[in-house]
Ligand binder design. Structure first.
Ligand code: C2E
Ligand code: MG
Ligand code: MG
Length: 754
């Protein structure tokens, strides 16, 4: 997955978290608000119930008090007496004062009447004054049934209307009088002493009227803080109004007392609403800021996390997948689908000639090469392929295929693309690439096995000249096995040393034809494989970590042999790997000391690639060796990447021109000019030159003519045994051994190659 892909998936989960948080906050706000509204509603309901209770109590009290007020005048001997003689004007005056006027002024009754046992009115009081008794007619229709009910109860001995606080019977009830709600109370006028005889049920009856609307409701309103209290025949109760039904003695609803109840909850809510809103806004603001901060923090963490994940799975230089993530990908790609094994190719790619570029032009240039190669390969990959950098200058490609031709075409395209020059610091650099291929399922279906086989195929591609691809074949495994066997055998050979020995090839001064020095060349007689060339086993020794021991063996042999030879020096080949050992210079010095050979008589031949190594240990070793007087020769000059320009920086005393150029002499390839330039330049820098691989008289003549210092080659002598060198140098005290001339000595020729 790309960096941006990783980021998008992380974005989505952060948004999910934030959306959940916002939703949670909103839900919390709604719940809080709902709870608040619910509690205010509940408070209001409780308060309204209280007010209804209060109104109910006050009204029932009102009704009770009318009967109670009446009792103060209706249970009274004087009243009985006066009413009996009501025809007399003084009695009527008494009645008016006590049963009419008094009731109004003292108790606030609105009207009062007295009716005789036949139900006829004898007295009427209305509108604050005595009226004609006939005024009773206005209420008679309502009062008459009540009167009848009362008399029947009295006659039946039923103590109707007697209750706690009211001792005399009576009939009190709600009624509508002339459209107004009222309490009508009827009480028989009876003796308080019991001394006046009366017929039960045939008493005079006092009728009191008190209207509920008007002053009463006003008093109720102001005394108990009711709002807009009024009477209504219908139930007007709604969310703003409360209504108390007025229930008559027979259970029917006569009407309603209606008011706008006090709602403390709503009042509270209204009064705190601005504060609440402000708090909500502030809280919302704080929460928003908090969420924004959280979001930014999460984004920053996410970016960092994504970056860490990206870095963990990608190569920082090229941005390609790294080995670990490639392996995961490969495992997934190799998994069977529906029982069918995956058909994928694994390409193991390794740059050719990369190290010299890295060494000569520096690591930044090397990095550019790696990046450029990565890009070139990426562009060639078919869909669903992956490219990873496994390290250094090695890449892996995973690509699905149908026909093998597709894989071959891809390899050819990669090899061709990478072989195109890469521009570095304005110069064209040439690298190549070698590719090893393993195919699933035919070469295996398991990652490690396939990668190993691709690596083996790569080795084979390298061995067959680089800049090509090679598809794994079973013979390659055999080759790898053989190498492993050779390594194992070489280890044994180094332990007992009987199979190893050193030959020496003379080098002749061109000017005099005298033997100036000899070069030590190692030989290995394998018990079953016969003679194995150092060209083959030295790299195996290098890779297998045996080169240090092999090198020490050759150096010891050569120094011991040369200690008594009358030559300028003995040349010993040294591998770049040896120069990378920290104590190499010290080791050489101790071998010299043990052999008794003077440091001035030792020359170490180092190949160009060792020079290019540029490692500090390598440079330090060479400096230390030169400081001790040991000469350093640059072997196979011209095959590597040394430029003339760099020669002066190089800690070297001697240049050995590679056989490749000597072979080219006289072949119209322009090699004469190159060789001459090398010789002249070396001379100008004070360096000695040797031409190696001289095989013809023409080469000999040319090299001698241009002033090459030393010549070495089969034309004069091949590598020979220590004894033969002794023989060759033996006569030196009297006659200096000279170049054998144009003819190879048969004795010497026989020794070539062993
Ligand atoms: P080199 O150091 O360039 O040695 C010269 C090689 O050229 C030798 O091969 C030598 O036998 C061969 N040679 C000399 N004159 C002629 C000629 O006229 N014509 C032809 N065709 N070949 C000629 P050799 O001994 O097989 O060694 C090959 C390489 O193996 C050496 O190349 C050197 O790089 C390496 N080598 C040999 N011995 C040692 C050793 O003791 N240590 C290390 N590190 N490398 C060694
Ligand atoms: Mg050499
Ligand atoms: Mg050489």
């Amino acid at each position: 997955m790309t960096f941006h892909g990783l980021r998008r998936s992380a974005d989505f989960s952060i948004l999910k978290v934030i959306a959940t948080a916002v939703f949670g906050m909103a839900a919390l706000a709604v719940i809080t608000l709902s709870f608040l509204v619910w509690s205010t509603w509940k408070i209001d309901a409780v308060s309204t119930a209280r007010q209804t209770q209060m109104a109910s109590y006050v009204i029932s009290r009102f009704r009770f008090e009318i009967a109670h007020d009446q009792e103060s005048v209706t249970v009274w001997d004087d009243a009985v007496k006066n009413i009996r003689e009501h025809a007399l004007s003084e009695n009527m005056a008494w009645i008016h004062i006590n049963l009419g006027e008094w009731m109004q002024t003292y108790f606030g009754h609105d009207a009062a009447y007295v009716v005789d046992p036949e139900g006829k009115p004898v007295y009427a009081f209305e509108d604050g004054a005595q009226q004609d008794a006939g005024a009773y007619a206005s209420i008679e229709a309502t009062a008459a049934p009540m009167l009848q009910q009362l008399r029947e109860a009295l006659r039946g001995g039923n103590p109707i209307g007697v209750e706690d606080g009211i001792d005399s019977p009576g009939f009190t009830d709600f009624r509508i009088l002339n459209g107004r709600p009222a309490v009508i109370s009827l009480k028989p006028i009876v003796s308080d002493t019991g001394e006046i005889e009366q017929v039960v049920g045939a008493e005079y009856v006092h009728v009191a009227v008190r209207f509920l609307d008007g002053p009463f409701l006003k008093i109720l309103e102001t005394s108990y803080d009711f709002n807009n209290m009024h009477f209504s025949l219908t139930d007007e109760a709604d969310e703003r109004k409360a209504a108390l039904p007025l229930v008559t003695n027979d259970g029917s609803v006569m009407g309603f007392v209606v008011w706008e109840p006090y709602r403390p909850g709503q009042d509270f809510l209204t009064s705190i609403a601005p504060v609440l809103l402000t708090i909500f806004f502030l809280l919302g603001g704080v929460v928003s800021i908090f969420i924004a901060m959280l979001y930014h923090r999460a984004m920053a963490n996410r970016d960092q996390e994504t970056r860490i994940r990206y870095l963990a799975s990608h190569d920082s230089l090229t941005g390609l997948l790294n080995r670990a993530s490639f392996e995961t990908l490969l495992d997934a790609a190799l998994r069977e689908r529906d029982g069918i094994p995956a058909q994928v190719a694994i390409l193991y790619l390794d740059l050719d000639r990369f190290k010299p570029i890295n060494d000569t032009l520096g690591h930044p240039a090397g990095d550019n090469v790696i990046r450029e190669v990565g890009e070139r390969i990426s562009k060639l990959l078919p869909p669903h392929s992956s490219l990873c950098r496994v390290g250094g200058d090695e890449f892996n490609v995973l690509t699905p295929y149908r026909q093998i031709d597709e894989v071959e075409a891809l390899c050819t395209a990669i090899v061709s693309s990478v072989s195109q020059p890469i521009v570095l610091e304005g110069q064209n650099a040439f690298v190549g690439i070698s590719i090893g291929v393993a195919l699933s399922p035919q070469h295996g279906t398991e990652r490690t096995e396939l990668t190993r086989k691709a690596d083996v195929a790569l080795y084979s591609a390298k061995a067959s000249g680089r800049g090509c691809y090679s598809i794994f074949g079973p013979h390659m495994d055999a080759m790898v096995r053989e190498r492993a066997e050779i390594e194992r055998d070489l280890r044994r050979a180094l332990a007992d040393r009987s199979q190893l020995h050193v030959l020496y090839q003379p080098k002749y001064f061109a000017a005099t034809g005298e033997v100036g020095s000899v070069e030590a060349l190692v030989r290995w007689h394998h018990p079953t494989r016969g003679l194995i060339s150092p060209v083959y086993f030295v790299p195996i020794a290098e890779e297998g970590g045996l080169i240090r021991e092999l090198g020490r063996y050759v150096l010891e042999e050569a120094c011991r042999a040369a200690a008594h030879w009358p030559i300028d020096n003995i040349a010993v080949n040294v591998s770049a790997v040896q120069l990378r050992y920290n104590g190499f210079a010290m080791e050489v010095m101790s071998i010299l000391a043990a052999s008794g050979l003077s440091p001035h008589k030792l020359e170490l031949e180092v190949t160009e690639t060792a020079w290019m190594d540029g490692s500090e240990t390598c440079t330090a070793n060479i400096r230390a060796l030169r400081a001790a007087g040991i000469h350093i020769a640059l072997d196979d000059f011209g095959t590597g990447f040394s430029t003339f320009g760099r020669l002066h920086e190089t800690e070297v005393d001697h240049i050995k021109i590679d056989k490749m150029f000597i072979d080219g002499l006289g072949k119209d390839r322009g090699d004469e000019a190159i060789v001459q330039a090398i010789v002249e330049l070396a001379r100008a820098k004070g360096l000695k030159t040797t031409a190696e691989g001289v095989e013809t008289n023409e080469q000999n003549d040319f090299l001698t003519r241009i002033g090459c210092d030393e010549l070495q080659g089969f034309l004069f002598a091949g590598p020979m045994s220590q004894e033969d060198v002794g023989t060759l140098l033996g006569g030196r005290s009297d006659t200096t051994p000279r170049r054998p001339g144009l003819r190879k000595s048969p004795t010497i020729k026989n020794k070539i190659g062993g």
